[in-house]
Design a protein around this ligand. Structure first.
Ligand SMILES: N[C@@H](CCC[C@H](N)C(=O)O)C(=O)O
Length: 289
């Protein structure tokens, strides 16, 4: 007996989502069903599926859960967070402009701005390797300004990565050209590198000037996407710590520009603020087994 699911297709800087409203009745989808919904040939097609639910916490307006296209549930999604705000407001679930939402690792605050862009307080980045998680056993980092840069042995040679968590894990390397970077060749190997026990999102960051960068990200569980919000935050933070970027940073991706602000040089506990677009593409119904 097929299950009929009402969905909204959204995108934030080209990172696309199937968004489901679980506030009225709960959804219990299997990883296979999530893969099917995200499949670009047999389903709706998306990099991630977002499930909006009621929160059980007094401080939060909603809970939202994130599933990669491979069916795995993950901690955080920056572009998805912006789409989540537009979704709950457009669906009439709230009329607030500032919304507190529960994600897997805690609470985040999101603001719908008058110009239609959404700002997200992404919280403070985490650099301690075990918390990323990153297995640093036997490795010595190179100090680059305020950052530790780690050697990562790949089949094609060793690359240097900044390792940090934005709630989810990121490995960011600075490259001469994001366009020429071997994203398809080395992205899958970095994603599943044995040093990252929870796998990792692999960022390729090109510095354009002190406030401008280009970025491509091979995402854990989704492959290369047109933009990755947490990846843009991680890349800006890495560039600021390495002394080659200053806040705010305009991060140019294949799908659009995200603005990232972080005062971490003065206060390492400072939150990262991400601002960018959130767009509804279409809504519909799909039957899945
Ligand atoms: N596209 C997202 C990140 C989605 C989760 C990521 N692939 C992971 O596995 O951590 C974003 O905009 O941040």
């Amino acid at each position: 007996m097929p299950l009929t699911i009402r969905f909204t297709k959204m995108q934030g800087a080209g990172n696309d989502f199937v968004v489901l409203d679980g506030t009225r009745e709960p959804f219990a989808l299997s990883p296979a069903q999530i893969r099917r919904l995200c499949d670009r040939h047999f389903g709706v097609g998306a990099d991630q599926l977002l499930l909006v639910e009621r929160s059980t916490r007094d401080e939060a307006d909603f809970r939202y859960r994130i599933f990669n296209a491979d069916g795995g549930e993950v901690e955080h999604c920056g572009n998805g967070a912006r789409c989540f705000v537009k979704f709950v407001r457009d669906a009439g679930l709230t009329d607030k402009t500032t919304i507190v939402v529960e994600v897997m690792q805690g609470l985040i605050t999101l603001t719908m701005r008058a110009d239609g862009q959404v700002s997200v307080d992404m919280g403070a980045p985490v650099f301690a390797p075990p918390q990323v998680p990153f297995d640093q056993t036997g490795l010595t980092p190179r100090r680059d300004n305020d950052d530790d840069v780690w050697p990562l042995a790949l089949d094609s040679g060793t690359v240097e990565v900044s390792v940090l968590s934005m709630g989810n894990p990121h490995a960011v390397q600075i490259v001469a050209s994001a366009e020429q970077a071997p994203v398809a060749q080395t992205g899958p190997e970095i994603e599943r590198h044995r040093r990252f026990p929870a796998r990792v999102n692999a960022g390729f960051l090109e510095i354009v000037d002190r406030h401008t960068a280009r970025l491509r990200v091979f995402e854990r569980g989704a492959g290369e996407t047109l933009a990755c919000g947490t990846g843009a935050c991680a890349a800006a933070v890495a560039g600021i710590r390495r002394g080659v970027l200053d806040s705010p940073v305009a991060v140019h991706t294949h799908g659009g520009v995200l603005t990232i602000a972080w005062d971490g040089r003065a206060d390492p506990q400072a939150s990262v603020l991400m601002t960018g677009p959130a767009v509804t593409v279409f809504a519909g119904e799909i039957d899945i087994v």
